[in-house]
Ligand binder design. Structure first.
Ligand SMILES: [Zn+2]
Length: 272
């Protein structure tokens, strides 16, 4: 590069021309497998009517990363355990698109009833993390190195195309729309072992298998006697209006050792 200013002027002309040309889109019911079909240069997007985004994040990882005396290899192994387990679970429950971001990962589910496998994936990793990952990490990294999983979930239309440069590894899918941003922001508001759902997603659920507990007494529910079915979600008023709704719903529960299979199966069946 001879001159950074000459370089920027060329870039400016090209970028402005693209920015001023008309952006178009076509509707799709599903996240297409051939996202690279649309040329990078063309301002043409695919709009998917309804996408459920679920973002799972590691709470406590910042503290972990500045923990004195903690070996870099220990921390690296925690990241790998957490993220790889979550990605495997997202894949198992049929996420159409999975991306690792920061110290978490998100999965996108599409099609009719996509919110049900998305919820089951989150609750499964929540259960897995609480039952095994937390204890393994504490044992390996010490009492102060506590981590937990937190989740955000939303459902909304989204636009997608590949953006970047021609050539290897210089381009990626860009998801323009609310559900991913909202899921990431909700996960940031969540405490460990909490899943926060947007108001519109919570309202779209239809079954007491989701809204009510199985009646077992666990530390996640406020059941006072065995057999009492209680509300599993609690409303969380949001202070900011940036998400476009004023209440999120918090789920603390994990799969019940006795009824988890039955509930997971019943929730997945709602998608059909
Ligand atoms: Zn139970």
């Amino acid at each position: 590069m001879d001159s950074v200013w000459t370089y920027m002027q060329d870039l400016r002309d090209d970028a402005k021309e693209k920015f001023d040309s008309k952006t178009t889109y076509e509707d799709r019911n599903e996240i297409p497998a051939d996202l690279d079909r649309i040329p990078l240069e063309k301002p043409h997007w695919l709009r998917i009517e309804s996408v459920v985004a679920v973002y799972g994040d590691m709470v406590g990882s910042t503290k972990l990363s500045v923990e004195p005396g903690l070996r870099a290899t220990t921390m690296a192994s925690v990241y790998e355990l957490f993220t790889a387990s979550w990605v495997r679970i997202l894949n198992e429950f049929g996420a159409k698109y999975i991306d690792i971001q920061g110290d978490g990962a998100f999965g996108l589910f599409d099609g009719e009833g996509a919110r049900y496998p998305a919820l089951c994936a989150a609750v499964t990793f929540k259960t897995f993390s609480k039952k095994w990952i937390e204890a393994w990490v504490e044992k390996k990294a010490g009492d102060d190195a506590q981590i937990a999983a937190s989740f955000g979930m939303d459902e909304y239309p989204v636009m997608v195309k590949r953006v970047g440069m021609r050539g290897e590894e210089r381009q990626n899918e860009v998801w323009a729309g609310k559900p991913i941003n909202v899921a990431v922001k909700l996960a940031a508001l969540a405490e460990g072992n909490q899943l926060l759902a947007s108001e519109r997603l919570y309202d779209a659920f239809i079954s007491d298998f989701i809204y009510m507990s199985c009646g077992c007494k666990t530390e996640d529910t406020d059941t006072t006697y065995a057999g009492e079915k209680v509300e599993l979600w609690s409303p969380l008023p949001l202070e900011s209006e940036e998400l476009g709704f004023d209440t999120a719903y918090v789920l603390k529960a994990t799969w019940c050792p006795t009824h988890g299979d039955e509930y997971c199966e019943a929730i997945l069946a709602l998608a059909d």
